[in-house]
Design a protein around this ligand. Structure first.
Ligand code: ZN
Length: 91
């Protein structure tokens, strides 16, 4: 996906990930009193379903419900910036 220079939304097709690809995922750290989220780069180990993945990060496997391509905006970025709507306005 890429940024639209007009409306600043995202446009284009998402790149599909497959097993063995480098991917970004959200690592949740819970130290008892607070929960911290951080985006890490790992290797997509197994795709179980559309929202169920296993990712290898620093020799540890993590079960996550969303992964994104390193060159692609994260689902959070897309949610914040929104999607390009220019094409819908043009005939
Ligand atoms: Zn646009």
């Amino acid at each position: 996906m890429e940024h639209c220079s007009v409306c600043n939304g995202y446009k284009g097709e998402r790149v599909e990930l497959k097993e063995g690809d480098t991917c970004e995922f959200c690592l949740i750290k819970n130290n008892g009193s607070s929960v911290r989220y951080s985006t890490k780069k790992g290797k997509l180990w197994k795709i179980w379903g559309p929202d169920d993945f296993t990712v290898m990060y620093r020799k540890t496997l993590y079960r996550v419900n969303s992964v994104s391509h390193p060159d692609e905006p994260s689902p959070l970025s897309v949610a914040l910036s929104g999607l390009c709507s220019c094409q819908e306005k043009q005939p």
